[in-house]
Design a protein around this ligand. Structure first.
Ligand code: IMP
Ligand code: MG
Length: 191
């Protein structure tokens, strides 16, 4: 957050949460753990767009087993930051997952509604196995209990941006994660 290159973001941020080095180190650890667990198997990563783009790019490079990757996109929050509860499939997978060892990679799990919907869709397609890795877990507002195999960091109920996570499509490019100023959640962003 003190990085001068990202000074444009500073007026919108309340507090630093996770710096770039901490994120990189934890994602590498997750990659090592997943690689141990999947030894002797190929893992088919299903990345949930767009928020997971940073973690999936870093995680794939930390995996030492054969990997394939596909993308799915859902809309959960609409244009607003608050949960509407409605989940809609925007982009389906390109490939069949039947008989494959599927690892869903998420940026953040909050209420769990988005992931619950995705797991329902994927389970019906009969993968050989289905596990979840998330960079962030925010259990405070969980509405559905979900099996999450790999968790990067557990955070309190704060709205955070950076490293793929957005507020109204902004701040995904920050290499660190920071808390968004609470008053901004109700305000328009300056263009
Ligand atoms: P859930 O359905 O409530 O679990 O919400 C999951 C989705 O909400 C994520 O994939 C994000 O797109 C969004 N989301 C939840 N919390 C945050 C946050 O703190 N920052 C940015 N996006 C968030
Ligand atoms: Mg989002």
């Amino acid at each position: 957050m003190s990085d001068e290159r990202f000074a444009f973001a500073r007026p919108y941020l309340a507090a630093p949460i996770l710096d770039a080095e901490t994120l990189q180190a934890r994602v590498r650890e997750m990659g090592a753990e997943i690689s141990r667990d999947y030894r002797g198997r190929a893992v088919h990563v299903v990345a949930v767009l767009k928020g997971s783009m940073m973690i999936v790019a870093d995680l794939l490079r930390a995996l030492t087993v054969p990997v394939s990757v596909d993308f799915i996109a859902v809309s959960s929050y609409g244009p607003e930051a608050r949960a509407s509860g409605a989940v809609r499939l925007i982009k389906d997978l390109d490939e069949s997952i039947a008989g494959r060892h599927v690892l869903v990679v998420e940026d953040v799990i909050d209420t769990g509604l988005t992931l619950n919907y995705i797991l329902g869709v994927l389970r019906r397609r009969q993968p050989a196995s289905l596990e979840v890795a998330t960079l962030l877990d925010k259990p405070a507002h969980r509405l559905v209990d979900l099996p999450i195999r790999y968790i990067g960091f557990t955070l309190p109920d704060r709205f955070v941006v950076g490293y793929g996570l957005d507020f109204r499509e902004r701040f995904r490019n920050l290499p660190f994660i920071a808390e968004l100023r609470e008053d901004l959640i109700e305000e328009e962003l300056i263009e």
